[in-house]
Design a binder for this molecule. Structure first.
Ligand SMILES: Nc1nc2c(ncn2[C@@H]2O[C@H](COP(=O)(O)OP(=O)(O)OP(=O)(O)O)[C@@H](O)[C@H]2O)c(=O)[nH]1
Ligand SMILES: [Mg+2]
Length: 353
């Protein structure tokens, strides 16, 4: 199965393939996904593919870029018959999708969260992306791009502000894609068998960086409006590429709506400094708002926790709780309709002669 490594095969996926007795030839990876159109790459070829069986009717099972699938070759066209279990996934919640969690990509090892050093830089948004990565079981890495637009003092001050807010073990890489500076630090993380995803607002330079990593201009980039400072959403689809150093990379379009659906565990991992101090709160279920003897509120007063960070923590927590409530209500509503349908069918049957 050595050659499947060139499309990102690692031990976790290898185990799934072996335990199911699949031949390496019948396994492939989703390289591109546009609405209902898939492109799958296998050991021997790359072709368009379509879903069949249960996969067609299951929202949660719809394959996304990065997924590993079992395929049948049908005259040079693939039929996807099975989806292999995912070891990680990137998801967001968007109002434009009825607030449902929307999968962005699967089986990702690390995500480069790109912010540009000019007016786009925003610590709250950065924390939001980091939380999404942790929630999906993916290692976040922060990329500060466009450092050519700021002085070295400004760069140090931004780097310090990031360090003061994010977990100590998160790598921060400062780059200037246009001057080809610092991109080699990203490249060293793109080893064969790893899959990385680039996330960040439109216009921060994700595609410019990805093109450098590929060694070709495969991704379109766009000029940014001088008046609004915003890009024009040049990247429109999600696609896997093989980088020069052998690792797989996914470029994504900048997303405007980046709602989070965090579990308590995801929230704790993203805000380690708050959750560690919270262990000293008087109440084990303290929400760090107005409870007595709240160690987190004390830490804010002492300057050990940034008040903006605590505000952002509350915001992401409330947003996640709202989402979980909506999901529970939707399930309840679904069950109610199910019961009504069954009753109606039973009634119809009983009236038949
Ligand atoms: N000054 C400067 N400009 C950069 C740098 N990197 C990218 N740009 C410019 O920023 C603009 C947007 O870059 P893209 O790579 O298209 O941005 P993107 O993040 O892929 O945007 P979307 O695809 O819309 O999400 C282009 O005009 C790039 O030339 C950089 O390091 N410094
Ligand atoms: Mg782009």
């Amino acid at each position: 199965m050595n050659s499947l490594e060139s499309i990102g095969l690692n031990d976790r996926i290898k185990n799934h393939i072996t335990s199911r007795n699949f031949s390496p030839k019948e396994v492939g990876r989703i390289f591109r996904h546009d609405k209902t159109q898939y492109i799958v790459k296998t050991l021997e070829s790359q072709a368009s593919a379509e879903l069949t069986g249960n996969l067609l009717h299951s929202d949660s099972q719809l394959p996304v870029v990065g997924d590993w699938v079992k395929v049948i070759d049908f005259d040079g066209h693939f039929i996807i018959t099975e989806l292999l279990p995912r070891y990680s996934q990137l998801a967001r919640r968007a109002v434009s999708h009825d607030g449902k969690a929307q999968l962005i990509a699967a089986n990702i090892d690390q995500t480069f969260i790109v912010q540009s050093a000019d007016h786009n830089f925003n610590l709250n948004r950065l924390e939001r992306y980091i939380a999404i990565a942790y929630e999906g079981g993916i290692e976040p890495i922060v990329v500060l791009n466009k450092i050519d637009l700021i002085s070295s003092d400004e760069q140090t001050s931004i780097e310090n502000s990031i360090r003061s807010r994010v977990n100590k073990d998160i790598m921060i890489i400062s780059v200037s894609a246009v001057e080809h500076k610092g991109v080699d630090h990203i490249e060293t993380s793109l080893k064969i068998g790893t899959t990385s995803c680039f996330l960040g607002s439109s216009g921060v330079g994700k595609s410019t960086i990805v093109n450098l990593l590929l060694g070709t201009d495969q991704q379109l980039t766009s000029e940014i409006s001088n008046t609004t400072g915003k890009g024009r959403h040049t990247t429109t689809s999600r696609q896997l590429f093989v980088s020069r150093s052998g690792g797989l990379v996914i470029d994504t379009p900048g997303m405007r709506e980046l709602g989070v659906t965090l579990s308590e565990q995801g929230l704790e991992t993203s805000f380690t400094s708050i959750s560690e101090i919270a262990m000293n709160c008087k109440f084990s279920d303290c929400t760090h708002q107005d409870e007595p003897d709240c160690a987190v509120q004390e830490a804010v007063i002492n300057g050990d926790i940034d008040v903006d960070q605590l505000d952002n923590y509350h915001k992401l927590r409330q947003e996640s709780l709202r989402f979980q409530k909506t999901k529970a209500e939707m399930n309840k509503e679904g069950k109610r309709f199910g019961r009504m349908y069954k009753e109606a069918m039973a009634h119809r049957k009983s009236r038949k002669p």
